[in-house]
Design a protein around this ligand. Structure first.
Ligand code: AMP
Ligand code: ZN
Length: 451
């Protein structure tokens, strides 16, 4: 198998990937908190994870992937205070404060999330575990940590004692005081300590140590190990998860006896102005917002591919519109090329294996398109093979993407040709060309491609 190099946040280095099991990759991606629609910033995380998955598949690996669904226990702030996000959703939607209603809200946004994944041509993971279906695993993990002496109890929950894990903060080299943790809890021994269980007498799950909810971090530690085992290959998430959520996951997993993830990878944010895109405020753009503006969701995927996953990306409508045109043009060209070509040599594989260098991979695509020495059918075969990683659904040609006026002109020209009225047919060809399309007559009929 070819070498794959990935940047590991844990070591701060780009490393040669060595799987735990030959030919297999186990991967956990921190998933959505299903209290609202995903914004396109969130979706950058899943496009990144998908490109990673597809890269492994392209290289012949079998991938075992988990995207968890947080449907309980995620508080508004990383520091164990603020309102529970799901409770907030229940109030917003005028639903009763019950576990059943929480699940209903979760199911709704999960279905919407899956629609987003499918619109972005993201392959579904092998496992989509819901936190609320894994309470027993959380309880067992809290119990193990307590039995081993890593926790203490306060009036509002059970906390992990970070002073007992000297490596705390190693991921991302977070020094004491670097984390933004709002709010002070005077009962905590150290400000970095975090809740593994939060008490709630009214709403919650029964446990021998008191009714309540698992902490958001413990959910990920429990679900990843359940599906991937005590040690697994890769764990991903957005960079906002490094200081708190992922360091907490590592602390409690390692202390419970699970070596946990070997490679940690993080995508940089999609920003709007000076801020990261967030689920509140004006900068809340969803895929639906794009579709309402007539932009193909895959144009967003194209924009994401145009930057390294690890570089911050500035949102702009112009970039999206440019990507929309590029992707249409790519599809039409590929469609117009004959089949049965062969894949030509290129540096695509080593480029994508170099920590997912998608911007360079896209430039290789365009170099091949423009190369006059490569046969059209070979261009087609080669780019369709790249698309297994890029996931731009290039093979999906949609006639509706040609403006209706041009479609009508094509029909008229076909009629003229059938009637052997070649003068009229030529006249119509010229009109089509004025719209920026080139006419190609193939045995299957007339097609047009952008000029
Ligand atoms: P959430 O649903 O809020 O738990 O977040 C889901 C994923 O989106 C996490 O991996 C976050 O780190 C990531 N994320 C949140 N905001 C952004 C953003 N503006 N750009 C890229 N990723 C983000
Ligand atoms: Zn997580």
């Amino acid at each position: 198998m070819a070498d794959i190099y990935l940047h590991n946040t844990l070591t701060g280095e780009k490393e040669l990937f060595k799987p735990l099991k030959e030919g297999q990759v186990s991967m956990y991606n921190c998933g959505p908190t299903v209290y609202n629609y995903a914004h396109i910033g969130n979706l950058r995380s899943y496009v990144f994870a998908d490109v990673l998955r597809r890269t492994f598949e392209y290289n012949g690996y079998r991938v075992d992937q988990v995207i968890n669904v947080t449907d309980i226990g995620h508080l508004s702030s990383d520091s164990d205070d603020g309102e529970d996000k799901m409770t907030k959703a229940l109030k917003r939607e005028g639903k009763p404060l019950t576990l059943e209603a929480m699940r209903e809200v979760a199911n709704f946004y999960f279905e919407e999330f899956k629609k987003d994944l499918s619109a972005l041509n993201i392959e579904l993971p092998e496992h989509f575990p819901f936190a609320s279906d894994h309470i027993q695993e959380d309880i067992d993990l809290v119990q193990t940590l307590t039995d081993k002496g890593f926790t203490y109890t306060t009036s509002d929950g059970i906390y992990f004692d970070t002073s007992k894990f000297p490596d705390y903060g190693k991921l991302g080299n977070i020094k004491v005081g670097d984390e933004s943790r709002i709010g002070v809890n005077s009962e905590k021994k150290n400000y970095r300590d975090f809740a593994v269980w939060k008490f709630n007498n009214e709403l919650g799950y029964d446990a021998s140590f008191g009714k309540g909810f698992p902490g958001w971090h413990i959910e990920c530690s429990a679900m990843s190990v359940k599906y991937l085992g005590p040690e697994f290959d890769i764990h991903t998430g957005g960079i906002d998860h490094i200081p708190v959520h992922h360091n907490n996951e590592i602390a409690q997993s390692v202390c419970a006896g699970n070596p946990y993830a070997r490679v940690w990878m993080h995508n940089a944010h999609l920003n709007m102005g000076d801020e990261k895109m967030a689920k509140s405020g004006d900068n809340f753009i969803t895929l639906q917002t794009l579709e309402e503006k007539g932009i193909d969701p895959l144009a967003l995927r194209y924009v994401f591919l145009g930057a390294r996953y690890s570089s911050p990306l500035q949102f702009s409508w112009e970039a999206l519109e440019g990507a929309d045109t590029a992707i249409k043009s790519l599809r039409l060209r590929i469609y117009s090329y004959p089949d049965n070509g062969k894949i030509v040599n290129s540096s695509f594989n080593e480029t994508i294996n170099d920590d997912l260098d998608t911007p360079k991979a896209l430039s290789i695509v365009w170099e091949i398109i423009k190369n006059k020495e490569i046969l059209d059918q070979d261009k087609k075969a080669t780019i369709l093979s790249f698309d297994k990683v890029l996931g731009l659904a290039i093979a999906e040609y949609k006639i509706t993407e040609i403006p209706p006026q041009v479609q009508n002109l094509i029909k008229e020209r076909d009629l003229a040709r059938n009637a052997k009225n070649f003068a009229k047919s030529d006249e119509l060809r010229a009109k089509i060309e004025e719209f920026g399309f080139e006419v190609k007559d193939t045995p299957e009929g007339t097609i047009v491609v952008p000029r």
